[in-house]
Write a protein that binds this ligand. Structure first.
Ligand SMILES: [Zn+2]
Length: 204
């Protein structure tokens, strides 16, 4: 059975004889990225759990990880579900015939880090684009008090051009500089994305 076919598959069986090999070849670059990303967004404990899975050559249960790391089972499970949410790990559960309990067999998918990074970069780009469009499509007003928020033309009109917070007079706000900064960030992000894709495709 292929690894894809057994993703989150459920079956009854003898839990001691059903482990599937889970070694996936990844590049050193992918390995580094995976560890950095996991550490960065999920923290130290998830990184430790990731390393155990990364070094395993077959599926691993939460109890095995707990023993290996001397980490509380609850903490291990939390970490595993975090990896699952990030789509970097999958599990298969088997009902142990002798105890009736479910046993979870976890597999890491380190190769998915490329898709993950690409998706994250795409999200950042989209947010920047949305923000730029918002800046381009609106006129803004401010009372020039740094503690008060900027308002749109519509909001300013609704309040007779008086600040809701300090009652100061609202004047037009020039967002040219902000738009320029956003434009630069978008260009920069595009370049990072192109570069990342080239590295992922094995180009230099
Ligand atoms: Zn104000």
């Amino acid at each position: 059975m292929s690894r894809e076919a057994v993703d989150n598959f459920e079956e009854d069986g003898d839990v001691n004889s059903v482990k599937v090999a889970s070694k996936i070849n990844i590049s050193e670059r992918q390995r580094q990225t995976l560890i950095e990303v996991v550490d960065d967004i999920a923290g130290e404990e998830v990184r430790k759990v990731t390393l155990v899975l990364l070094n395993a050559d077959q599926e691993t249960t939460d109890e095995e990880i707990s023993e290996k790391l001397d980490m509380r089972l609850n903490q291990v499970r939390k970490s595993l579900y975090k990896l699952y949410d990030l789509q970097l790990a999958t599990f298969r559960r088997i009902r142990d015939k002798s105890t009736g309990w479910f046993v979870y067999f976890w597999t890491l998918h380190p190769e998915r880090i490329d898709v993950f990074v690409d998706r994250k970069q795409h999200e950042v780009m989209e947010k920047l684009q949305e923000r730029l469009t918002y800046e381009e499509e609106n006129m803004f007003f401010t009372c020039n008090n740094p503690e008060c928020p900027r308002v749109t033309f519509q909001e300013a009109m609704d309040n007779n051009f008086e600040c809701e917070h300090c009652a100061g007079r609202l004047e037009s706000f020039d967002n040219e500089q902000l738009k320029q900064v956003l434009g630069e960030k978008i260009t920069e992000m595009k370049e990072i994305r192109d570069k990342t894709r080239k590295i992922m495709n094995g180009e230099k």
